[in-house]
Design a binder for this molecule. Structure first.
Ligand SMILES: N[C@@H](CCC(=O)N[C@@H](CS)C(=O)NCC(=O)O)C(=O)O
Length: 202
C-alpha cells in the first residue's frame, strides 16, 4: 500500500514528505499545484482546497499535524510515536503549540519577506509578529534545556512536527542566539537525511 501525499514541496506538504521519508513509508507524491487546489478533483481529496492532504488506501485526511500524528501512530516504530499516553499527550501538546503559538507569526514574516512585492509589504504586521515570538521561544528554549529532543534523548514525531514549523525561522533569518537550546535542537532536527530528502522532492 502506498500513501498518496498531495501538495507541492514548497508548502506545508513538506511536513508530510518529511515523515514518510523518516519512516520509510511507501508513498506517491501528487504535487498538485496551488492553482488547482479549488478544482473539483482536488476538492474530493480535501474539501478545504488546501494542502497537505493524504489518501491512505482510501482513508483521506487533512491538516498537517493530524496527518503526521496519524502516520506516526500507524507506521512508526522504536518509539517514534511514544508508547505511553503521557508521552503521546506531549506529542499532541507540542504539535498544537507549534500551530497555535508560533506558526502564524513566523508565516507572517516569511510571506512578507519572500512573497510580497516591496510596495505591498506591511512593516507594522512584521514588527507585531516579531514581538509575538520571544515569549513562546523562551518556553521552548527552557523545555529543551539539558535534553537533545522534546521528550528526552530520542527524536520523535513531536520533534518532527514542531521542527517543521520552526524551520521557517531559517529563511527569515530569525536571530536564535538568545535561544541556544532551540538553535541546537533545530539544527539537529533539520540535519536529518529524511528532512533533506523531503526538501529535494518537487
Ligand atoms: N492548518 C493547515 C493549513 C493548510 C494550508 O493553509 N496550506 C496552504 C499551503 S502551505 C494552502 O493550501 N493554501 C491554499 C489556500 O489557502 O487556498 C495545515 O496545517 O495543514
Amino acid at each position: 500500500m502506498t500513501v498518496k501525499i498531495y501538495g507541492p514541496t514548497a508548502s506545508r506538504t513538506s511536513r508530510a514528505l518529511w515523515i514518510v521519508h523518516e519512516l520509510a513509508i511507501p508513498f506517491e507524491h501528487v504535487a498538485v499545484e496551488m492553482k488547482d487546489l479549488k478544482g473539483a478533483d482536488f476538492l474530493k481529496v480535501n474539501p478545504n482546497g488546501k494542502v497537505p492532504a493524504i489518501d491512505d488506501g482510501g482513508f483521506k485526511l487533512f491538516e498537517s499535524m493530524a496527518i503526521n500524528l496519524y502516520l506516526a501512530a500507524k507506521y512508526g516504530k522504536d518509539g517514534f510515536m511514544p508508547a505511553s499516553i503521557e508521552e503521546q499527550a506531549l506529542t499532541w501538546q507540542w504539535s498544537f503549540w507549534g500551530m497555535t503559538e508560533v506558526e502564524k507569526p513566523l508565516l507572517t514574516i516569511l510571506i512578507d519577506m519572500y512573497m510580497t512585492p516591496p510596495d505591498k509589504r506591511k512593516p507594522e504586521a512584521v514588527a507585531d509578529a516579531q514581538k509575538m515570538l520571544p515569549k513562546p521561544f523562551g518556553v521552548l528554549n527552557a523545555a529543551l534545556a539539558g535534553r537533545d529532543y522534546l521528550l528526552g534523548s530520542t527524536f520523535t514525531v513531536a520533534d518532527l512536527n514542531l521542527a517543521s514549523v520552526m524551520s521557517w525561522a531559517k529563511p527569515i533569518k530569525f536571530d536564535l542566539s538568545p535561544y541556544p537550546n532551540i538553535a541546537a535542537w533545530l539544527d539537529r532536527c533539520l540535519s536529518r537525511p529524511a528532512y533533506k530528502a523531503a526538501k529535494g522532492t518537487k
